[in-house]
Design a protein around this ligand. Structure first.
Ligand code: CAA
Length: 258
């Protein structure tokens, strides 16, 4: 088992869990945490016994952003040479569905990490924001792009230019999160969602994610063509035959994830 210093990694059935664990720094995302989260997620993605990933924070903060103390003394050559934050993109390349449970602050990189998940379950205390403007910078982990695609220009400009935090209710209203639940329910509900997804046929769930994600990247026509090709390709898998037979025989499907 790999030793981690900033996260706790575990599995529960077919769900791979990554708990952010820098509570004293409100789970600020330093370079070590980035590497640990992405490496753990990449390993879960490749594991045939894992069907979804669940990312959890603490009660006070999902994550209060990239680690400001770590960045404060960087300069342009060091940021450019290391391509600071690039590793996070590997998380967005994964095919396995990712669920995030957000309570408390999800600011800056914390909001951006949550948006890298496919489904966000928010507790009522969740506060989302892109406050980088207050530090004299702008979002750097995809916030200006993913937030805009997710909630549209009006709200994205409002959040990115003013740095204001929005609560869970507004986040749900504008389409940033999938569900809002009482705080004590956030982790259990997110876990239930992750379990439900992990109990599906893995290739079908992966292709469903791929198809929906493609809508952010392609024209409507290209996206619809991709969807149809993926749909056709699922007929090469045993799980399609099993799913449809099980329906006809009025029983639950037994997926082989193949
Ligand atoms: N980086 C480093 N440390 C952080 C941090 C961050 N993003 N956010 C909080 N911390 C640390 C604080 O420095 C403090 O540490 P000490 O006890 O050693 O002083 C500890 O966490 C607790 O924080 P506070 O005392 O500030 O807690 P609070 O309840 O008074 O305030 C808060 C909470 C409003 C979230 C406040 O901590 C805050 O504004 N944090 C910064 C939020 C922010 O600007 N995020 C964007 C970062 S830049 C970025 O993310 C770039 C990008 O696009 C990827």
């Amino acid at each position: 088992m790999t030793e981690h210093t900033t996260i706790v990694v575990s599995t529960e059935g077919r769900v791979g869990k990554i708990q952010l664990d820098r509570p004293k720094a409100l789970n600020a995302l330093n370079q070590t945490l980035m590497e640990e989260v992405v490496s753990a997620a990449v390993a879960f993605d490749a594991d045939p016994d894992i069907g979804s990933i669940l990312i959890l924070g603490s009660d006070k903060a999902f994550a209060a952003g990239a680690d400001i103390k770590e960045m404060a003394h960087q300069d342009y050559p060091s940021m450019y040479a290391s391509d600071w934050f690039r590793r996070w993109e590997d998380l967005t390349e994964l095919r396995i569905p990712i669920v995030a449970a957000v309570k408390g602050y999800a600011l800056g990189g914390g909001c951006e990490l949550a948006m890298m998940a496919d489904i966000i379950v928010a507790g009522e205390s969740a506060k989302f924001g892109q406050p980088e403007i207050n530090l004299g910078v702008i979002p750097g982990m995809g916030g200006s792009q993913r937030l805009t695609r997710s909630v549209g220009k009006a709200k994205a400009m409002d959040m990115v230019l003013t740095g204001r935090h929005i609560g869970a209710e507004e986040a749900e209203r504008i389409g940033l999160v999938s569900r809002v639940v009482p705080d004590e329910q956030a982790n259990p509900v997110a876990e239930e969602v992750a379990e439900l997804i992990a109990a599906k046929s893995k290739p079908a769930a992966q292709m469903a994610k791929e198809a929906v994600a493609a809508s952010f990247e392609t024209t409507l026509q290209q996206g619809i063509r991709l969807e149809r090709r993926l749909f056709h390709s699922l007929f090469a898998l045993a799980d399609q035959a099993e799913g449809m037979s099980a329906f006809a025989e009025k029983r639950g499907p037994e997926w082989t994830h193949r």
